[in-house]
Design a protein around this ligand. Structure first.
Ligand code: HEM
Length: 410
């Protein structure tokens, strides 16, 4: 069992899954920060977010959601949960299979999107991602059934959303390859992509991070946390079903109810945060980004009204970046720091600052592009700052690995 002291899991440095981390960090640096920065650079000339290659953007998104966030979640939970519940660790054979299938999936998605555009490679890639997630689920579900904890509801929702999103993604990306003509492609993306992102970011990442926070606050048990789960789950189901119903029926009255789901999301998050009072700079900052992204979502209709842009790609992309980089990525990095703290990884390093500054500039400049083209001139800088931040973080944690290896040898 893990030892808990001042809300920190002190022995957890021993359980961090190195191969998962290495694969995820590689994907984040190359296909997340570097490739993402290249997209931003391309915008300087054309000054239009819709000019970017849709298949390439989706390949970047898939690589980040499954190859970075997904691998980190699988790595953290497949080694953390058994220890936490005092059960046998998941066989490393299964862990390598999860990583192998995920890497195959991400690679095939990249090949299908930029090298050899083909439905066959897209299905192979998304199929491999589904298999990887199913292997993870097959290993953690029996563990959840055999144990009890205040985090269980959050864990179930996170893992259910994870597998559902992988299956949905398989179907949706296949459809984008089958779409004949630009109109059909845009119709598929405009209707089915936002619910997929909801499942990935709010359904999987948010619930997984909240579950982890509940696990490390062992005494967290209260009605308000259960209420927060109810609100967040209703918000997730609401935002997905309302959006799909609106797009399929083209009935704008249904869309008018979407802010209700976003308000539930915001209230559920606030309830969770106020009740749990998470400790640590990383978690607090990451949660602040989440709350900001939810506030921005709530005022989306107002933004449309004042900007006279019915649907702003820039604004929606800024919300997503605050949620995926500001919240999800910082939380996952926070978990690694939390797990590595006893090994000497410093909490307040420059990379933490750079990641936040980069994310801040990205959100601000991306929104600015709706109002003034100067936003496009500097937005690539934000990606570069994030890239350096992620790189420095990796170096620091690698030092942690080296330190650990040296300790084991001596
Ligand atoms: C770290 C540096 C990153 C940079 C510079 C970057 C850059 C970009 C750019 C320029 C776009 C297209 C424009 C837009 O829609 O805003 C994009 C889209 C996207 N990014 Fe990133 N990104 C980064 C990290 C991440 C991470 C960590 C995730 C997920 C965890 C992520 C997920 C996505 C997704 C899902 C899309 C596609 C959105 C859609 O059209 O549905 N990105 N990114």
């Amino acid at each position: 069992m893990l030892e808990e002291k001042n809300g920190k899991v002190m022995q957890s440095s021993k359980i961090f899954p190195t191969p998962f981390f290495l694969a995820a960090a590689f994907i984040m640096i190359i296909f997340g920060a570097s490739w993402g920065t290249m997209f931003l650079w391309q915008l300087r000339g054309v000054e239009n977010f819709t000019s970017l290659n849709l298949f390439a953007i989706n390949a970047h998104g898939q690589a980040q959601i499954y190859g970075w966030v997904g691998l980190m979640i699988m790595g953290i939970f497949s080694s953390f949960l058994p220890k936490y519940f005092g059960k046998d660790p998941i066989d490393s054979y299964w862990q390598y299979l999860m990583i192998g299938f995920m890497l195959l999936g991400v690679t095939m998605n990249l090949v299908s999107s930029i090298g050899l555009p083909s439905l066959f490679y897209a299905n192979l890639g998304n199929g491999a991602i589904v298999i990887s997630v199913l292997i993870f689920l097959a290993n953690v579900t029996p563990l959840l059934f055999a144990t009890k904890s205040p985090a269980h509801l959050f864990l179930y929702t996170a893992f259910f959303s994870f597998v559902l999103s992988a299956l949905y993604s398989f179907w949706h990306h296949g459809k984008t390859f089958l779409a004949v003509g630009e109109k059909a492609l845009l119709a598929q993306v405009a209707t089915y992509q936002a619910p997929l992102r909801d499942l990935q970011v709010h359904g999987t990442a948010l619930f997984a991070v909240f579950a982890f926070l509940l696990c490390i606050h062992r005494n967290a048990k209260s009605r308000r946390l259960n209420l927060s789960w109810v609100l967040l789950t209703c918000a997730l189901v609401g935002e997905i079903s309302l959006f799909l119903a609106y797009r399929v029926s083209q009935n704008h009255v249904i869309a008018a109810f979407l802010p209700l789901a976003w308000i539930l999301l915001f209230v559920g998050t606030l309830l969770f945060v106020l009740e749990l009072k998470p400790v640590g700079m990383f978690f607090r900052t990451a949660l602040a980004w989440l709350i900001l992204s939810e506030l921005m979502l709530m005022i989306l209709p107002l933004y449309g009204y004042f900007s006279h842009i019915p649907f702003s790609h820039a604004y929606y992309g800024a919300i997503r970046h605050a949620a995926t980089v500001g919240f999800a990525s910082l939380s996952l990095i926070g978990i690694t720091v939390h797990l590595y703290y006893p090994m000497g990884v410093s909490q307040f390093s420059g990379w933490f600052f750079l990641l936040n500054i980069g994310c801040f500039f990205r959100v601000v400049l991306q929104i600015l592009t709706d109002w003034h083209p100067i936003g496009f001139s500097y937005i690539a800088m934000s990606g570069m700052i994030e890239m350096v931040g992620v790189g420095l973080w990796c170096v620091e944690v690698f030092k942690g690995f080296a330190l650990k290896a040296r300790r084991v040898v001596s």
